[in-house]
Design a binder for this molecule. Structure first.
Ligand code: SF4
Length: 241
């Protein structure tokens, strides 16, 4: 996750400190592994960097409450009990978008988030201490933006991951159930329409959508064991066995 600015070249083994010769790592070797595993989650301490544009909003992704995600630190899929804002990957790759692979460096090093500052891969105790504390959420950044915040709240209530997961679980128990299917399809359609209207009617930069509304439901719903297809006459669902 974190990469120091300009560490010296790695010295030959016999010039390394004793702890290094004995195999215990004490400095960053700029292997880039932590940055390639994914961008960091943001904490309250990072808010000023975001507000000042040093970490641009378009580089952020919101993982919403109830969403199923892979947790790098815990090395397991987990259901989020509260939202997380993190730095996006690059396309479908998890690698942090600020990682420069050619140079093995961080393109925002001076402004890198808290998690990158405290992470040392040879001793993860510091990041484990802060990991779950003071996570930054959208309300911290947008709660005072009249109109936009209300839109996010409406979207959250119509497209909520917790409700969606419960409905899908219920549908799996009682297929076919048109009422439940309709409610799920309506959430997916609302999510899609909201994004479209923001860009086409309100001129919102499309690169901000992943931060404002999280990942599109049509992309994330597969994690609940359901396939979604856009048919001519609307959205169609298929439960996976
Ligand atoms: S912000 Fe910089 S240090 Fe942190 S994960 Fe991304 S590239 Fe690495």
């Amino acid at each position: 996750m974190s990469t120091p600015q300009s560490p010296p070249a790695i010295p030959p083994a016999d010039e390394r400190p004793a702890d290094s010769r004995s195999g215990a790592q004490t400095t960053c070797r700029r292997c880039g592994t932590c940055c390639q595993k994914g961008g960091p989650a943001l904490h309250i301490e990072d808010a000023a960097r975001v507000e000042q544009g040093k970490i641009p909003l378009r580089s952020l992704l919101t993982l919403r409450t109830g969403e199923r995600v892979y947790d790098n630190v815990r090395a397991a899929v987990t259901v989020l009990d509260r939202e997380v804002i993190r730095i996006k990957g690059r396309g479908r790759l998890p690698v942090c978008r600020f990682y420069d692979a050619d140079d093995r460096s961080c393109r925002i090093y001076a402004q890198r988030p808290l998690e990158c500052r405290v992470l040392t891969c040879w001793d993860t105790s510091a990041i484990e201490r802060i990991y779950d504390h003071n996570r930054l959420v959208r309300k911290d950044l947008l709660g005072g933006v009249e109109g936009l915040w209300e839109l996010i709240e409406v979207h959250e209530s119509r497209c909520n991951h917790v409700k969606l997961a419960a409905r899908i679980a219920q549908l799996k128990q009682s297929t076919p159930n048109r009422t439940l299917e309709t409610a799920i399809c309506e959430s997916i359609a609302y999510d899609r329409q909201m994004r479209m209207l923001c860009v086409e009617k309100s001129g919102v930069d499309a690169r901000l959508l992943d931060f404002l509304f999280g990942r599109p439901l049509i992309e994330t719903i597969g994690a609940y064991g359901i396939a979604v297809r856009q048919a001519e006459n609307g959205i169609r669902l298929r439960l996976r066995t």
